[in-house]
Design a protein around this ligand. Structure first.
Ligand SMILES: Cc1ncc(COP(=O)(O)O)c(C=O)c1O
Length: 365
């Protein structure tokens, strides 16, 4: 019998979540963010399920080329643009769009003569202070791009730092519109949290990522409120049962001490599979569909579920680490991290099973 751990990727859930995102902004074009290997779900797999998206966003040229080679013909945006001017010929040849977020990048682009026009998303730093041109340099950059013979289309873009928090987006929207307001061009503003929570961010383009994978983009929004469905469910089984007497320790470091006779289900899943190592005692886990908690410090290949109050559970019992029935964000917050990291962190040794794959659809668009 193979190791029982699998990541089930549900194409139907991806399609459902895409439809939901579209319904929130029916006037907008939707750019599906599929960077980081489709948030850990598999780039080409996700792109196939989301092939009706109006565009894709990735990070690397390799990912963009892989999408083109798989037959995806819609716009593909490189979210950090190019890192070396030597990437520009292939960017032009493949018909890729680039973010320009930095002065040196802009100069390198303007000094190039691409064989085909390049679509540019000009990014403003409206307050996140990560990537983007400062507001005072923005209109001039737009004007120079427009005067450049290599430009295809120009889109104006920014990214929100607190769309999922009480601070909201108004403070960034004000700066953005003050500096970009006079420029006539399509806008691309909203990540998932802004799309869900802030009507003003639903512009010509929206750029959701995490919600497409079934994770609520804000702590205040439970996944059920939006009817999002998890696209990844990580499941395994109990492979051994240990019976601890009161006072006995469990696992490396003996970080868990049984305060009462305790039945422990040893689950085939560990940090070598991408389960967060900082998930301590009390992290939620489902055994035979019943919610219980993990115990102690997990190891590379296994972790511990408390099955003291689940007398029917034993070797072979089904375990859900996250996904259907147990939102990834609950596991993440117990581990002091975010669902993004859990989903992206699934390692290569975890076999993937696909469900809900649409058959008989040949066209990629
Ligand atoms: C520039 C940009 N736009 C959109 C997204 C999608 O964000 P989310 O996954 O929160 O929807 C990201 C993700 O980090 C991003 O970096």
């Amino acid at each position: 019998m193979p190791r029982p751990l699998t990541a089930r990727i549900d194409h139907a859930a991806l399609r459902h979540n895409l439809a939901l995102a579209r319904a929130l902004a029916p006037q907008s074009k939707l750019m599906a963010v599929v960077k980081a290997d489709g948030y850990g779900h598999g780039l080409l797999r996700v792109a196939r399920a989301l092939r009706s998206a109006d565009a894709f966003a990735v990070l690397t040229l390799d990912d963009a080329v892989a999408l083109r080679d798989a037959g995806h013909v819609q716009p593909i945006l490189l979210l950090q643009g190019f890192y070396e001017a030597s990437e520009l010929p292939e960017i032009a040849e493949r018909g890729l769009a680039i973010v320009i977020h930095e002065a040196s990048q802009l100069e390198a682009l303007l000094a190039s003569q691409p064989a085909r026009p390049i679509d540019v998303h000009l990014k403003m730093n409206s307050g996140m202070n990560r990537l983007g041109l400062p507001p005072h340099a923005y209109a001039d950059a737009a004007a120079r791009l427009r005067a450049w013979s290599g430009l295809g289309s120009l889109t104006l873009m920014t990214h929100f730092a607190t769309a999922d928090e009480p601070a909201g987006i108004d403070w960034q929207m004000e700066r953005f519109h003050a500096a970009a307001g006079g420029l006539q061009a399509p806008l691309s503003l909203a990540n998932s949290a802004a799309l869900v929570r802030h009507q003003a961010a639903r512009a010509e383009w929206v750029r959701p990522g995490i919600m497409l994978y079934g994770v609520a983009p804000s702590v205040e929004t439970a996944p059920g409120d939006l009817d999002l469905r998890p696209a990844m469910t990580l499941t395994s089984r109990i492979i051994s049962v240990q019976n601890l007497g009161s006072g006995e320790w469990l696992g490396y470091g003996g970080t868990f001490t049984a305060e009462r006779p305790t039945r422990v289900g040893v689950v085939a899943c560990g940090y070598g599979d991408g389960y967060p190592r900082h998930a301590g005692t009390g992290t939620p886990i489902l055994v035979d569909g019943v919610r219980t908690r993990t115990l102690g410090r997990l190891s590379m290949d296994s972790l511990y579920a408390d099955i003291t109050d689940l007398p029917q559970a034993g070797v072979g019992s089904a375990v859900t680490l996250w996904g259907e029935g147990l939102p990834a964000q609950e596991v993440a917050s117990a581990a002091g991290t975010i669902a993004y990291q859990l989903l992206c962190g699934i390692t290569r040794r975890v076999p993937v099973v696909e469900t809900g794959v649409e058959t008989g659809v040949e066209a990629m668009r």
